[in-house]
Design a protein around this ligand. Structure first.
Ligand code: ADP
Ligand code: MG
Length: 763
């Protein structure tokens, strides 16, 4: 799978151990500066910190002493040695593994301060706005003491607020907000409007979730154009298909017409040939989009319908993502399917994947409860090393062996009776599910068994955090998807920190975590388990699975049957091995999918960078004017006789930007089209990747030039006055309405987001 042999990994392991002991020595050495740090007044503190050279060992030892004293003074938390160790490894550019509840927030802040003291500008990147703001506010007194400015972004921030937050040495923000700022800069028509700063250092919290699980999620900036109204005849015929007319891949990721289905569609649409040149890139794409919406996307699993609109559920987070929508074909198809009004269509102005966004940072570090298991991905995709930091107090959580059942029904029954039994004792229980529908279903069955459960479903992050914070109370039963409420501490006895309540729950054995099916990677299982047993608390975890779980049916479609000899359908070791086998298949498939998709994306990203560089030059300099002046000197001189030079320079900028942006949007549409059709083209012949790169490269080399040709054309024909230029008058429209959204990688098989379809060929 990986490029490294076992021997290589052992060598890397030895290196990691050396690094580790180096940081332990450094922390020991820092103790001798404790007195010095304690002796500093609040006023002297920042000055003492600023004088340090933290790139030297001596400077760093003193810095750690300041961090220890600063934590105590400003936050009433004296950082544990393991937190300082984590900070030191992050300063070295590693992803550190520190268990849930070990205090990564503080460790990350110390690392951020360390970077800031060397003059770097740091982004601390969280999984959501709520956590970004919570952490920035929580850590602010520490930053203040060190004299380092800190800011935070939120979805509601205005442009000025964003510029101010980015102006701070350390900025907390969610990956979405930071990404959308980068994209929105594509709308700037003057340098003052730019918001996103030059990327420098990123410290990514929940690093595996952002850098691996969400790596391929494209963030998208779209704008409205005179809408291409989806063809309802296509939706109509697709809606009426029977199961013999289409085929879903065993893994449920792709769907396509059977021959019979294709004939029916062709007949219904007036005897066309779907696979003819005329229809391959258009009608067939629309049909595939509709198929996808009708037969793969499931209500309450992939989206919910509320307030007359379709709301996406982000699969990896299990919650409704506000302001997010699918690209128009799919969005419209789902709206049609649900009998809703179609929302406005638009075009993609710019897009970037989370992976490409993060790779822009020249220095990268991260922290998460599960880093080691994602080590291969961190290395392969980000060139990041991984360090394991031991817990402050040893983990005594008991992980019970898996229980695997023959059918889903038997599994659910077993979960319900297990939960009911544990609940009798008063021990708090956290149940992890895979999606919203599963949560609802389970809560229903629990209620029938007399267990009242709180369900965390698609609420906003702050509300989820407030609910999950109480999951450790005596008698609590909380049902949640794996991601929901991440980053929130579950204190035994409740968030208020009542000692008596805590003691009672300690007595009962701490938090009991119940998984209702293994996830696609063991890493996610472990994240769920990690909710129990924080900071040396007691706790336990157990997973229930069945051979009917999607993990098994999707990844082992040709599995030999195993039958149970127990009345309740429990299987023996064979069952456990089967589930684990399915998980390994899923893990390998995800890694392959990730690198294939990345290979497809890479070139488009480089092209994007080139376009952005060109755009920046035009925004920040008079380049556009000098180019047009040189190319169209006659026109320039003619205009210069009656119009101010300054006005002309702005006009030139506006015209050149317009055509550059137009070209890029067209190029993105072209890329999407190629992606959608290339798997048809590639079935017989060349490597689809090679073919893709060839086409995309050829097109891109044309567009910059063509954009300039178009700009010259506009410059010589459009009316230009002392007031500037009115491009709309010349029928050159910029998007009047724009919005941002993201799409989850597993939701597309066709249409403009065909990554999945393409990557699918390789599996
Ligand atoms: P993580 O992100 O690693 O899951 P958090 O940063 O959310 O952990 O911290 C978990 C809890 O530990 C918080 O309630 C925090 O107040 C507490 N904590 C962290 N560091 C310390 C410390 N050095 N001393 C006391 N409490 C701490
Ligand atoms: Mg955290």
């Amino acid at each position: 799978m990986g490029k490294f042999s076992n021997a290589m990994w052992r060598m890397l392991g030895a290196q990691a151990t050396r690094n580790q002991s180096k940081s332990v020595e450094l922390i020991e050495a820092s103790a001798e500066h404790d007195e010095w740090a304690k002796g500093l007044s609040d006023e002297e503190f920042a000055e003492a910190a600023a004088e340090l050279d933290v790139t030297t060992e001596g400077g760093r030892a003193k810095f750690l002493a300041l961090a220890r004293e600063g934590g105590a003074r400003a936050l009433d938390m004296t950082p544990f040695d393991v937190q300082l160790q984590g900070a030191v490894r992050m300063l070295e550019g590693d992803v550190v593994e520190m268990a849930t509840g070990e205090g990564k927030t503080l460790a990350g802040a110390i690392a951020a301060i360390g970077f800031a003291l060397t003059g770097r500008s740091v982004h601390v990147i969280s999984v959501n706005d709520y956590l970004a703001n919570r952490d920035a506010t929580w850590m602010k007194p520490l930053y203040d003491l060190f004299g380092i400015e800190v800011g935070a972004l939120s979805e509601k921030s205005t442009r000025e607020e964003r510029q101010e937050a980015y102006g701070c040495a350390v900025t907390y923000g969610s990956v979405n907000e930071i990404g959308f700022d980068v994209l929105r800069d594509h709308l700037a028509l003057a340098a003052e409007e730019l918001v996103a700063p030059t990327p420098d250092v990123a410290i990514v919290d929940e690093a595996d979730s952002v850098l691996v699980d969400e790596a391929l999620v494209p963030l998208i900036l779209a704008g409205s154009t005179p809408a291409a109204i989806p063809n309802s005849a296509i939706f109509d015929v697709v809606a009426r298909l029977k199961s013999k007319h289409y085929e879903v891949d065993p893994d449920g990721r792709n769907v396509h017409l059977t021959d019979e289905g294709a004939h029916l569609v062709e007949r219904t649409l007036g005897g066309i040939n779907l696979y003819s040149d005329e229809h391959v890139g258009t009608t067939l794409v629309h049909v595939n989009v509709a198929l996808y919406a009708y037969y793969l996307l499931e209500r309450d699993v992939d989206y919910i319908v509320r307030d007359g609109g379709v709301h996406l559920i982000n699969a990896s987070r299990g919650r409704v993502a506000r302001l997010q929508r699918w690209p128009d074909g799919v969005q419209a198809a789902v709206e049609f399917k649900e009998g809703l009004e179609l929302t406005e269509a638009g075009e993609v102005i710019d897009t970037i994947t989370v992976q490409a966004l993060i790779r822009r940072y020249p220095t990268l570090a991260g922290m998460t409860g599960t880093a080691i298991a994602a080590g291969e991905q961190f290395r392969q995709f980000y060139d990041l090393g991984v360090s394991q930091v031991p817990p402050n107090t040893p983990n005594i959580r008991e992980d019970e062996p898996d229980r695997v059942y023959d059918t889903k029904a038997n599994k659910v029954e077993a979960v319900v009776s297990y939960v009911a039994e544990v609940h009798e004792t008063g021990q708090p229980i956290l149940i992890g599910t895979h999606d919203v529908a599963q949560s609802e279903e389970l809560a229903y069955f629990l209620e029938r068994a007399g267990v009242q459960a709180v369900v965390l479903n698609a609420k906003n992050d702050a509300e989820e955090a407030a609910i999950i914070a109480e999951a450790g109370r005596k008698g609590a039963v909380t049902v949640s998807t794996q991601m929901a409420g991440r980053g929130t501490d579950i204190r035994l006895g409740g968030s208020a920190g009542d000692e008596e309540a805590r003691d009672e729950v300690l007595e009962l054995g701490g938090l009991c975590v119940v998984g209702t099916g293994r996830y696609d990677t063991e890493r996610l299982d472990n994240q769920l388990r990690g909710r129990a047993g924080r900071q040396g608390d007691p706790g336990r975890s157990v997973f229930f699975s069945s051979l009917e779980d999607p993990l098994v049916t999707k990844n082992l479609p040709h599995m030999r049957e195993i039958t149970s000899t127990e009345p309740d359908g429990l299987l023996g070791q064979k069952g456990v091995e089967t589930v684990e086998h399915a998980q390994r298949v899923a893990e390998a498939a995800m890694l392959t999918l990730h690198s294939n998709t990345w290979n497809f994306n890479k070139q488009v990203n480089e092209q994007r960078e080139a376009i952005v560089r060109r755009r920046m030059t035009i925004l920040k300099t008079d380049e556009a004017a000098s180019e047009l002046k040189a190319l169209e000197s006659e026109r320039w001189e003619e205009l210069a006789e009656k119009i101010d030079d300054e006005v002309l320079v702005d006009v030139a900028r506006e015209i050149v930007l317009y055509h550059l942006d137009r070209a890029w949007a067209d190029h993105l549409a072209y890329v999407a089209d190629v992606q959608a059709s290339i798997h048809l083209r590639a079935l017989g012949q060349q490597s689809p990747l090679e073919e893709f790169h060839k086409l995309i490269f050829a097109e891109f080399t044309k567009i910059v030039e063509e954009a300039m040709t178009a700009a010259r054309e506009t410059f010589t024909t459009v009316t230009i006055t002392e007031d500037g230029v009115d491009l709309a008058d010349a029928d050159l429209h910029r998007s009047t309405m724009t919005w941002t959204y993201l799409v989850h990688q597993n939701q597309f098989s066709s249409g403009s987001q065909a990554m999945q379809g393409i990557a699918g060929i390789f599996r």
